[in-house]
Design a protein around this ligand. Sequence first.
Ligand SMILES: [Zn+2]
Ligand SMILES: [Zn+2]
Length: 243
Amino acid sequence: MTQIAPGVFSMKQNKGGHVHAFLLDNASELTLIDTLFNTDARQVLDRIKSIGRTIQDLKHIVLTHGHRSHLGGLATLKRLSGATVYSHEWEADIIAGERPAQPVTIIPMRPLSIYWRVYYLQFGAALGRGKHPPCPVDSTLKDGDMVGPAQVLHTPGHTPGHLAFWWGERQVLFAGDAIATYPEFEAGWPAFNLNPTQQRTSIRRMADLEAEVVAVGHGDPITGGAAERLRSLIQPEVPASVV
Ligand SMILES: [Zn+2]
Ligand SMILES: [Zn+2]
């Protein structure tokens, strides 16, 4: 099942930690959220063709953030489509290849029985390994902007310029790496959350949207009762008196 809501198509690769990208078709134009791991963009190109569209219909390429797994096909897709490339300002120079992504901790995530599956990615991110073909960002996005049919939500925590997208009319939230369903359902891979306080705020904000479907950066989309599952990730506030 690759159509996860009307006009929303999911693409995935086992590489890059079961990374996903999403194609949004709002009848007039196509918008792509993230670009998968492989640099040839083959899967995205095939999917565009399979829904009866051409690469010229792709008008917007938006990046949730500047991590390698999400940037593989970007330069190829930009060259073939001429689409406008967007990200948050904080991520733009990473995507353009002018600055490395902020390193994450090398200490393995717990439980090891689950997170060993993505440790190779954490190890790479800790050492600053893994380069993507660089591509300049044409336009920066901030909270509340619209791109294609989707509203931009600035959801820092995983990275400072992390963006999520909300297609309100279809009740679909694209949560990027703020939420993961692989290797398990979690408020992002713990070791990758650079700022846990910001991350908690971002999760709360996304849980308030009443999403039917939540599409995430790593793992399968949540295609029913998504808002309820998001609320299960909210950690209770610790009263100041007990700290
Ligand atoms: Zn990431
Ligand atoms: Zn990722």
